[in-house]
Design a protein around this ligand. Structure first.
Ligand code: GLY
Ligand code: MN
Ligand code: MN
Length: 429
């Protein structure tokens, strides 16, 4: 049992304390679990149903078209669906309730709302349309509350990290010249399923050689060469909770550039993880990574000019074009959207979250450096930086690919804890 009734009650208490500050006594919030999404042209086929994370977090229930209601006068009220009898015929007795509390049936919801005479209903969850005004404020409070992970969630994420660690241990033995990217994916995924993962939280990323510079490279039948970087970004998922991990390997003996690139990314990752603490602004830690990478690329002779001008021109975005990380835990992109509706670019990268860290936040720290053909061969992208790049030196690096290293760091009261520490990470190539 991953979550108990007490865990769920504690979450509801935390949220109610915040909602009570803005809700009037004749207002209610309805959080929906959502509906399955039909596959276009797929007749009765739907995509796998995932309950809205807010609903799942508040109820421990995973059934479609359910509602949990909150108002100051009524407290929490559940409206649950009775599965149609034919469901058991097609799907068996689904174990889709982690926490089973007696609720009212969904059919009783309309009558209940009328009897209570609420003046305003705020609809959240998968059935929500554009959420604006006070509904937006309530959703932001909900997201801010649930992004602080509780002990039961952290336990589950630790379990997932253990599962992923076993998968990565298999990769360690599998990466070798001649193996395909697809075989690496299959080796990893078969191990995590064997160890209890329900699914993968996103399509596993495997890129060998130049493909390691494709940020979300999907594995192909390309064979790993004799001396290539191999980047694997793969997670594990149980009931929508997940880890999001990246490791980079080399097939055979690394050359000096592969070693230097790996070392630089690892150093930056370790420094940024050390900065991932309560009170820190995420944009500042991203900025630190971007500055350290600029310095490193200058020392490697790929960039030229003064540090001040390189930093000011944000040339690093050619080689580090993404943000340093994102909140993770319940889904691979956990909350953080509300406070970042128009993402700002820092050092040329738009950040997925732009917030100040608090104890309980779980965030990926995933710096990477890449030699991306789509950027480096684009005259328009290169033009502003013509004087800042040593093109003779760059030519030696262009086919090397990329390195990313990603862990999931829990911010604590006293510092932080790397929950994916168990996944082996080489100290050097
Ligand atoms: N796994 C994709 C990412 O790290 O964002
Ligand atoms: Mn990742
Ligand atoms: Mn990530």
């Amino acid at each position: 049992m991953y979550f108990t009734t007490n865990d769920i009650q504690a979450r509801r208490d935390r949220l109610a304390a915040r909602w009570d500050q803005v809700l009037l006594s004749d207002e209610a919030v309805l959080v929906h679990s959502g509906k399955p999404i039909g596959r276009p042209g797929g007749l009765d086929q739907t995509y796998t149903f995932l309950p809205h994370p807010a609903y799942f977090w508040l109820t421990g229930r995973r059934r479609e078209e359910e509602v949990v209601l909150y108002s100051r006068n009524t407290g929490w009220q559940e409206f649950q669906k009775i599965p149609p009898p034919e469901q058991a015929v097609w799907e068996g007795e689904k174990v889709d309730l982690l926490v089973n509390e007696p609720g009212q049936t969904l059919e009783q919801l309309t009558g209940y709302l009328q009897a209570q005479g609420f003046k305003t209903l705020y609809q959240l969850g998968q059935s929500e349309q554009a959420v604006t005004g006070k509904a937006f404020e309530l959703r932001t409070l909900l997201d801010q509350t649930r992004r602080v992970k509780d002990a039961a969630e952290v336990r589950l994420i630790r379990e997932l990290a253990g599962i992923a660690a076993k998968g990565y241990a298999v990769i360690e033995k599998t990466v070798a010249p001649g193996i395909t990217e697809r075989e690496i994916q299959v080796a990893y995924e078969s191990e995590i399923y064997r160890q209890g993962a329900h699914t993968v939280p996103y399509d596993s990323i495997v890129g060998a050689g130049t493909n390691s510079a494709i940020l979300h490279a999907l594995p192909t039948l390309k064979k790993v060469g004799p001396q290539e970087l191999v980047l694997v970004d793969a997670g594990a998922d149980i009931y929508d909770y997940c880890v999001d991990i990246t490791r980079t390997y080399v097939s055979g003996t690394p050359d000096s550039r592969q070693k230097a690139l790996y070392q630089l990314v690892l150093d930056v990752q370790l420094q940024c993880m050390a900065l991932t603490k309560a009170g820190a602004w995420w944009r500042d830690i991203h900025g630190r990574a971007a500055t350290l990478f600029t310095q490193g690329l200058l020392e490697l002779g790929i960039l030229k000019g003064s540090m001040d001008s390189l930093v000011e021109k944000e040339v690093v975005s050619l080689f580090f074009p993404h943000g340093l990380g994102h909140l993770v835990g319940l889904r691979v992109r956990d909350t953080g959207h509300e406070e970042n509706l128009s993402p700002k670019a820092y050092f040329g990268a738009r950040l997925r979250v732009d917030l100040q860290l608090e104890p309980g936040h779980l965030i990926t720290v995933e710096p990477g450096l890449y030699f991306i053909k789509a950027l480096l061969d684009d005259p328009a992208r290169i033009a502003p930086f013509k004087d800042n790049i040593d093109f003779n030196e760059l030519a030696h690096w262009k086919n090397i690919g990329g390195v990313r290293i990603e862990d999931n760091v829990l911010v604590t009261e006293t510092g932080n804890e790397n929950l994916t520490e168990a996944v082996y990470k080489a100290a050097s190539l």
